[in-house]
Design a protein around this ligand. Structure first.
Ligand SMILES: [Zn+2]
Length: 338
């Protein structure tokens, strides 16, 4: 089979790789239906994370089950399945407590930009749809496997509820999905922070009621203006930079919550400042598996369409161009079709 391999910053190649095979009785092999490039893949592409030896890339997938290990009974060959970037057994204490992305047997996916993928912990990780969904739903279901699940977690962690005011920091794919999540969870006002016209348009389509283009102290002041001078009930931080976290913490009202789902890079939080702010803080890798059944229903019923975050579709063999387009901000998110 073939798949994406990163060799150095800016150097992703499409190469022939060994076909994945069942290594453990809890594995499954899937044939990729669609996959994509994640904003978090850009950390290593841009040299912000060490790459080490050349290695495959990708952690988002939907596909068809090809083969299952002896202990996998929940899915069978031929079924269309959605999973998560973090695999989980769905039985350990952390899974039972609702945090499958912290499963005691967790393995992070990292080989998904390829024709075939081995899924560890398949029994607990994969959710099959009742039938093979129409192809128009595939991008939305793919989004559910990562960015939509992560946007939902941001809203869940920030405790967005009916009638609340939510601020979304970040207008990448996760931020845009967080707008969908805030609206679905009943926020009356959803303020999206974005400087890009096309992303503002999509944020509005997804349910944003206000757009804030300012950043830094001006951005914080603008949020205060819009929230009676006190800040928002819930802030969804979907970037991971120090600037975005500062924006988030200063945009929440006393007693409000920040859900932070951007992988932190260079973020340090001042204990005194947090103490006196009365702001609640929760984040981490999204417990996507917990949300899968519900979010799959949301997509297949047409209630939400997070597949709209994909604004570039390329054949898998042009994966290198998919990275370039996102790195140069010509695309929000690249969909790849084997
Ligand atoms: Zn577990």
């Amino acid at each position: 089979m073939r798949g994406a391999v990163i060799h150095a910053p800016g150097d992703v190649r499409f190469e022939t790789l060994e076909d994945p095979r069942i290594l453990h009785p809890t594995d499954a092999i899937i044939r990729t239906a669609v996959t994509c490039v994640c904003g978090s893949d850009l950390w290593s592409y841009r040299g912000a994370e060490p790459i080490g030896d050349p290695h495959p890339m990708g952690h988002e997938y939907v596909g068809f089950v090809e083969e299952v290990g002896a202990e996998v009974t929940s899915v069978k060959p031929g079924q269309f399945v959605v999973g998560s970037f973090a695999t989980s057994d769905n039985t350990c204490a952390n899974c039972r407590n609702g945090f499958p992305s912290n499963c005691l047997h967790r393995e992070f996916m990292s080989t998904c930009q390829a024709d075939y993928v081995r899924i560890p912990n398949a029994q607990g990780t994969l959710v099959a749809t009742d039938e093979v969904p129409d192809e128009r739903f595939w991008p939305g279901l793919l989004a559910v496997s990562d960015v939509m699940g992560t946007g939902w977690w941001a809203a869940d962690a920030a405790e967005v509820g009916p009638g609340s005011t939510a601020v979304v920091v970040g207008d990448g794919a996760v931020g845009l999905c967080a707008v969908i999540a805030a609206k679905e969870r009943g926020a009356e006002r959803v303020i999206a922070m974005s400087r890009h016209e096309s992303r503002q348009k999509l944020a509005r389509e997804f349910g944003a009621t206000d757009i804030v283009t300012e950043r830094g102290d001006e951005g914080i002041a603008r949020i205060k203006d819009l929230t009676g001078g006190i800040g928002a009930d819930a802030v969804l931080e979907c970037v991971g930079t120090a600037e975005a976290m500062r924006q988030a913490l200063h945009s929440a009202r006393p007693g409000g919550n920040v859900g932070f789902v951007g992988v932190p890079h260079g973020v340090a939080i001042d204990g005194q400042e947090l103490f006196f702010s009365h702001v609640g803080l929760r984040g981490g890798p999204a417990p996507v598996r917990r949300y899968l059944p519900d979010l799959i229903d949301h997509v297949l019923s047409g209630r939400i369409d997070p597949g709209k975050v994909f604004d570039l579709t390329l054949p898998l063999d042009q994966v290198a161009e998919g990275y370039r387009a996102m790195d140069e901000r010509r695309a929000v998110k690249t969909l790849l079709t084997p």
